[in-house]
Design a protein around this ligand. Sequence first.
Ligand SMILES: Nc1nc2c(ncn2[C@@H]2O[C@H](COP(=O)(O)OP(=O)(O)OP(=O)(O)O)[C@@H](O)[C@H]2O)c(=O)[nH]1
Length: 209
Amino acid sequence: MDRSPPMQETRGPLDGITGVILAGGASSRMGRNKALLMVDGMPLIEKIHRTMTQLFRDVVLVTNTPEAYAFLPCRTVADIYPGFGSIAGLHAGLAASSEEWIFVTACDAPFINPDVIRLLSAVSAGYDAVVPISEGGKEPLHALYGRRCLAEVEQVIRQGDRQLLILLDRVKTRYVTPEELASIPGAELSFCNVNTPDEYAAMVGMRRP
Ligand SMILES: Nc1nc2c(ncn2[C@@H]2O[C@H](COP(=O)(O)OP(=O)(O)OP(=O)(O)O)[C@@H](O)[C@H]2O)c(=O)[nH]1
Protein backbone atom coordinates (compact mmCIF):
# COMPACT_ATOMS: atom_id res chain seq x y z
CA MET A 1 0.00 0.00 0.00
CA ASP A 2 1.30 3.49 -0.88
CA ARG A 3 1.97 5.31 2.38
CA SER A 4 3.52 8.43 0.85
CA PRO A 5 1.75 11.64 1.99
CA PRO A 6 -0.77 13.17 -0.41
CA MET A 7 0.64 16.05 -2.53
CA GLN A 8 -1.43 18.59 -0.58
CA GLU A 9 0.50 17.81 2.62
CA THR A 10 3.91 18.42 1.08
CA ARG A 11 3.07 21.30 -1.26
CA GLY A 12 0.16 23.11 0.42
CA PRO A 13 0.27 25.81 3.09
CA LEU A 14 2.24 25.06 6.24
CA ASP A 15 -0.04 24.81 9.26
CA GLY A 16 0.68 26.71 12.45
CA ILE A 17 3.11 29.23 10.94
CA THR A 18 2.53 32.92 10.24
CA GLY A 19 4.65 34.52 7.53
CA VAL A 20 6.31 37.76 8.60
CA ILE A 21 8.06 40.23 6.28
CA LEU A 22 10.20 42.88 7.95
CA ALA A 23 10.08 46.21 6.15
CA GLY A 24 10.90 48.76 8.82
CA GLY A 25 14.49 49.52 7.89
CA ALA A 26 15.87 52.76 6.50
CA SER A 27 17.52 51.30 3.35
CA SER A 28 20.33 53.76 4.04
CA ARG A 29 22.97 51.82 2.11
CA MET A 30 20.66 51.54 -0.92
CA GLY A 31 19.67 55.21 -0.77
CA ARG A 32 16.04 54.41 -1.59
CA ASN A 33 13.46 51.95 -0.33
CA LYS A 34 14.94 48.60 -1.35
CA ALA A 35 11.64 46.77 -0.82
CA LEU A 36 10.25 48.68 -3.80
CA LEU A 37 13.09 47.94 -6.23
CA MET A 38 11.86 46.07 -9.30
CA VAL A 39 12.81 42.40 -9.73
CA ASP A 40 11.22 40.17 -12.37
CA GLY A 41 8.73 42.93 -13.24
CA MET A 42 7.40 43.60 -9.76
CA PRO A 43 8.47 45.30 -6.54
CA LEU A 44 10.84 43.08 -4.62
CA ILE A 45 8.52 42.91 -1.65
CA GLU A 46 5.62 41.79 -3.84
CA LYS A 47 7.72 38.89 -5.09
CA ILE A 48 8.42 37.88 -1.49
CA HIS A 49 4.77 38.29 -0.58
CA ARG A 50 3.70 36.01 -3.45
CA THR A 51 6.02 33.23 -2.26
CA MET A 52 4.87 33.70 1.33
CA THR A 53 1.18 33.39 0.40
CA GLN A 54 1.90 29.99 -1.19
CA LEU A 55 3.24 28.82 2.16
CA PHE A 56 1.29 30.64 4.87
CA ARG A 57 -2.40 31.41 5.28
CA ASP A 58 -1.54 34.54 7.26
CA VAL A 59 1.19 36.90 6.09
CA VAL A 60 2.03 40.03 8.10
CA LEU A 61 4.15 42.99 7.10
CA VAL A 62 6.00 44.76 9.91
CA THR A 63 6.49 48.37 8.90
CA ASN A 64 6.17 51.83 10.33
CA THR A 65 5.15 53.22 6.91
CA PRO A 66 2.18 51.08 5.84
CA GLU A 67 1.14 53.61 3.20
CA ALA A 68 4.22 52.62 1.15
CA TYR A 69 2.86 49.07 0.86
CA ALA A 70 -0.85 49.74 0.33
CA PHE A 71 -0.65 47.69 -2.91
CA LEU A 72 0.04 44.49 -0.97
CA PRO A 73 -3.02 42.52 0.13
CA CYS A 74 -1.87 41.75 3.66
CA ARG A 75 -2.18 43.11 7.14
CA THR A 76 0.47 45.41 8.52
CA VAL A 77 1.65 45.99 12.05
CA ALA A 78 4.08 48.57 13.43
CA ASP A 79 7.10 48.07 15.68
CA ILE A 80 6.24 48.12 19.38
CA TYR A 81 9.85 49.18 20.07
CA PRO A 82 10.61 51.56 17.19
CA GLY A 83 14.26 52.35 16.63
CA PHE A 84 15.61 48.96 17.73
CA GLY A 85 16.19 47.56 14.25
CA SER A 86 15.28 44.15 12.92
CA ILE A 87 14.92 42.58 16.39
CA ALA A 88 12.04 44.99 16.98
CA GLY A 89 10.52 43.76 13.73
CA LEU A 90 10.86 40.18 14.94
CA HIS A 91 9.25 41.18 18.23
CA ALA A 92 6.28 42.85 16.52
CA GLY A 93 5.87 39.88 14.18
CA LEU A 94 5.78 37.44 17.10
CA ALA A 95 3.30 39.65 18.94
CA ALA A 96 1.07 39.84 15.84
CA SER A 97 0.85 36.07 15.34
CA SER A 98 -1.68 33.80 16.93
CA GLU A 99 0.07 30.67 15.64
CA GLU A 100 2.78 28.61 17.25
CA TRP A 101 5.51 29.72 14.85
CA ILE A 102 6.47 32.57 12.60
CA PHE A 103 8.73 32.48 9.59
CA VAL A 104 10.59 35.77 9.32
CA THR A 105 12.16 37.16 6.19
CA ALA A 106 13.79 40.47 5.37
CA CYS A 107 12.20 42.60 2.63
CA ASP A 108 15.29 42.40 0.44
CA ALA A 109 15.52 38.69 -0.42
CA PRO A 110 13.30 38.13 -3.46
CA PHE A 111 14.20 34.50 -4.12
CA ILE A 112 13.21 32.87 -0.84
CA ASN A 113 12.78 29.20 -1.63
CA PRO A 114 9.67 27.36 -0.39
CA ASP A 115 11.61 24.09 -0.16
CA VAL A 116 14.16 25.68 2.16
CA ILE A 117 11.37 27.04 4.36
CA ARG A 118 9.65 23.63 4.40
CA LEU A 119 12.93 22.04 5.48
CA LEU A 120 13.18 24.47 8.43
CA SER A 121 9.64 23.55 9.42
CA ALA A 122 10.33 19.82 9.09
CA VAL A 123 13.10 19.92 11.72
CA SER A 124 11.46 22.36 14.16
CA ALA A 125 10.02 19.92 16.73
CA GLY A 126 11.52 20.47 20.17
CA TYR A 127 13.20 23.79 19.32
CA ASP A 128 12.44 27.48 19.88
CA ALA A 129 14.09 28.72 16.69
CA VAL A 130 15.30 27.16 13.45
CA VAL A 131 18.03 29.10 11.63
CA PRO A 132 19.79 28.09 8.43
CA ILE A 133 23.50 28.56 7.88
CA SER A 134 24.31 29.75 4.37
CA GLU A 135 27.66 30.47 2.74
CA GLY A 136 27.39 33.87 4.45
CA GLY A 137 26.85 32.41 7.92
CA LYS A 138 23.82 32.28 10.23
CA GLU A 139 20.64 33.63 8.64
CA PRO A 140 18.42 34.87 11.51
CA LEU A 141 16.28 36.87 9.06
CA HIS A 142 15.38 33.76 7.09
CA ALA A 143 14.31 31.70 10.05
CA LEU A 144 11.53 30.20 12.12
CA TYR A 145 10.80 31.43 15.64
CA GLY A 146 8.38 29.91 18.12
CA ARG A 147 5.93 32.36 19.61
CA ARG A 148 7.32 31.31 22.99
CA CYS A 149 10.44 33.37 22.07
CA LEU A 150 8.46 36.58 22.51
CA ALA A 151 9.37 37.14 26.18
CA GLU A 152 13.07 36.47 25.51
CA VAL A 153 13.08 38.82 22.51
CA GLU A 154 11.51 41.50 24.66
CA GLN A 155 14.18 41.01 27.32
CA VAL A 156 16.99 41.36 24.80
CA ILE A 157 15.44 44.60 23.52
CA ARG A 158 14.87 45.96 27.04
CA GLN A 159 18.52 45.28 27.80
CA GLY A 160 19.32 47.66 24.96
CA ASP A 161 20.66 44.96 22.68
CA ARG A 162 19.82 44.78 19.01
CA GLN A 163 21.62 41.59 18.10
CA LEU A 164 19.51 38.71 16.87
CA LEU A 165 22.51 36.46 17.45
CA ILE A 166 22.30 37.20 21.19
CA LEU A 167 18.76 35.93 21.13
CA LEU A 168 19.77 32.72 19.35
CA ASP A 169 22.21 31.93 22.14
CA ARG A 170 19.43 32.28 24.70
CA VAL A 171 16.79 30.07 23.16
CA LYS A 172 16.99 26.50 21.96
CA THR A 173 18.11 27.05 18.40
CA ARG A 174 18.36 24.38 15.73
CA TYR A 175 20.85 25.35 13.05
CA VAL A 176 20.27 23.88 9.61
CA THR A 177 23.68 23.21 8.11
CA PRO A 178 24.88 23.86 4.56
CA GLU A 179 25.10 20.07 4.15
CA GLU A 180 21.40 19.71 4.97
CA LEU A 181 20.54 22.58 2.64
CA ALA A 182 22.55 20.97 -0.16
CA SER A 183 19.70 18.50 -0.69
CA ILE A 184 17.67 21.39 -2.16
CA PRO A 185 18.71 22.52 -5.67
CA GLY A 186 19.54 26.24 -5.70
CA ALA A 187 19.02 26.63 -1.94
CA GLU A 188 21.70 29.30 -1.67
CA LEU A 189 19.63 31.70 -3.80
CA SER A 190 17.09 31.79 -0.98
CA PHE A 191 19.56 33.89 1.04
CA CYS A 192 20.49 36.31 -1.74
CA ASN A 193 19.63 39.83 -0.62
CA VAL A 194 20.47 43.38 -1.63
CA ASN A 195 21.83 46.20 0.46
CA THR A 196 23.61 48.49 -2.01
CA PRO A 197 23.05 49.78 -5.56
CA ASP A 198 25.92 47.55 -6.77
CA GLU A 199 24.33 44.47 -5.22
CA TYR A 200 21.02 45.39 -6.86
CA ALA A 201 22.71 45.77 -10.27
CA ALA A 202 24.34 42.36 -9.79
CA MET A 203 21.01 40.79 -8.79
CA VAL A 204 19.22 42.19 -11.84
CA GLY A 205 21.98 40.89 -14.12
CA MET A 206 22.20 37.49 -12.41
CA ARG A 207 21.43 34.34 -14.39
CA ARG A 208 19.07 32.11 -12.45
CA PRO A 209 17.83 28.59 -13.04
N1 LIG B 1 10.19 46.30 11.46
C1 LIG B 1 11.48 46.67 11.37
N2 LIG B 1 12.24 46.13 10.41
C2 LIG B 1 13.53 46.54 10.33
C3 LIG B 1 14.07 47.51 11.19
N3 LIG B 1 15.38 47.70 10.84
C4 LIG B 1 15.62 46.87 9.82
N4 LIG B 1 14.50 46.17 9.50
C5 LIG B 1 14.35 45.19 8.46
O1 LIG B 1 15.27 44.15 8.69
C6 LIG B 1 15.76 43.64 7.46
C7 LIG B 1 17.28 43.67 7.45
O2 LIG B 1 17.73 44.98 7.65
P1 LIG B 1 18.82 45.68 6.74
O3 LIG B 1 19.22 44.78 5.63
O4 LIG B 1 19.87 46.24 7.59
O5 LIG B 1 17.92 46.82 6.10
P2 LIG B 1 17.89 48.34 6.39
O6 LIG B 1 18.00 48.61 7.84
O7 LIG B 1 16.68 48.87 5.70
O8 LIG B 1 19.16 48.81 5.57
P3 LIG B 1 20.34 49.81 6.00
O9 LIG B 1 19.73 51.09 6.45
O10 LIG B 1 21.13 49.96 4.73
O11 LIG B 1 21.10 49.08 7.09
C8 LIG B 1 15.12 44.49 6.36
O12 LIG B 1 14.00 43.77 5.90
C9 LIG B 1 14.68 45.73 7.08
O13 LIG B 1 13.55 46.36 6.50
C10 LIG B 1 13.23 48.08 12.18
O14 LIG B 1 13.62 48.94 12.97
N5 LIG B 1 11.94 47.62 12.24
